[in-house]
Design a protein around this ligand. Structure first.
Ligand SMILES: [Zn+2]
Ligand SMILES: [Zn+2]
Length: 338
């Protein structure tokens, strides 16, 4: 537990995954109780850590009267249902995240079927299908689903003590992702939208909207106009230099586009063929797709798709269907005019 600025405490909670060790939850001091931003996975370890950090502050959980979740991924939302019930807190999150709760965490059959067709249509061979289709199921045990008491649409102000946070919709990493901006204190709770060194994952899937990477780049660039001194992210450490970080992330995505284009050449390829043909995990010297774990394999494929669709929307690629499989290629008009 660290007091990042007077009245705001960062409480990192452990995550049971090797790639990212902690999620940051934040506690904001109000006049009538505390506001909690994000909740962590619903594991014994995370809950014990939260209780310990609250005790260090001399806070009873029941003093947490409101919980705002930046987006409904298990690491941010997993414990929301448990804490809401336990503390009697009011839960806030965006309506587009509310829409996915039922299909993702309660009745998954439809989504699994849809995911299977989606993967098949993007070139995943039959022997890989079952593994990739079910890649996210192990996450379910870390989530206690709950619906919001207050549904957010963007543009609201959430006041708490000395703070008044503007709710900013920032789609891309998740369709209903929000950031909270405090213009007087110049702080931004960025969730997973912007992290200091990790590039936030942006993937395309049946629930992501038609151009999540386009949405993501638009929404990170829209934050450049904000006057921000300190960013309070969902993982890693609080940081300064928001605009430079936005430039860095934007550049990363341009380089990924170039890499995918190079792998495509003048051929027609599926998203699966392209995913297996490029390098992953650049920050740890890079590995081929076949070396990734199941969860990362699927993320890689959905990330490649997000890049392909963003380039297609800009007219840099086109797609066509052959025997129910989608292929990408350079626009044929541009090719013949060379
Ligand atoms: Zn996330
Ligand atoms: Zn996260």
């Amino acid at each position: 537990m660290i007091e990042v600025i007077p009245g705001i405490y960062r409480m990192p909670l452990p995550l049971p995954i090797p790639t990212v060790s902690h999620i940051n939850t934040y506690l904001v001091k109000g006049d009538n109780g505390y506001l909690l931003v994000d909740t962590g996975w619903n594991t014994e370890e995370a809950f014990a850590s939260l209780k310990k950090q609250l005790a260090e502050l001399g806070i009873n959980g029941r003093e947490i009267s409101r919980i705002v979740v930046t987006h409904a991924h298990p690491d941010h939302y997993g414990m929301a249902g448990k804490l809401k019930n336990l503390f009697g807190a009011t839960l806030y999150f965006h309506h587009l995240e509310k829409d996915v709760i039922e299909s993702r965490y309660v009745n998954m059959d439809e989504l699994l079927k849809e995911m299977s067709l989606w993967l098949k249509g993007n070139g995943v061979p039959p022997d890989r299908l079952a593994e990739l289709q079910k890649a996210s199921l192990p996450m379910l045990k870390f989530v206690t689903p709950a619906m919001p008491d207050v549904t957010l649409y963007g543009g609201e102000a959430i006041t708490c003590g000395d703070f008044s946070f503007n709710v900013l919709p920032t789609p891309g990493h998740a369709p209903g992702h929000i950031c909270l901006y405090e213009p007087d204190k110049k702080i931004l709770f960025s969730g997973d939208h912007i992290l200091p060194t990790i590039t936030p994952y942006v993937g395309m899937n049946p629930q992501s909207g038609s151009n999540p990477l386009g949405d993501y780049l638009d929404s990170i660039n829209s934050l450049k106009r904000l006057d921000v001194d300190l960013v309070l992210p969902g993982h890693e450490q609080p940081f300064t230099g928001l605009k430079d970080r936005i430039e860095g992330i934007t550049l990363h995505h341009s380089l990924r586009n170039a890499e995918i284009m190079a792998a495509l050449g003048y051929d027609s390829k599926t998203a699966f063929e392209l995913t297996t043909g490029i390098t992953w995990m650049h920050d740890v010297n890079g590995v081929g797709w076949y070396k990734l774990g199941t969860w990362d394999k699927r993320m890689a494929l959905l990330e490649t798709l997000a890049h392909l669709e963003a380039m297609r929307v800009k007219g840099e690629l086109e797609k066509f269907t052959r025997e129910d499989i989608l292929y990408y290629r350079l626009p044929q008009k541009a090719k013949t005019s060379e």
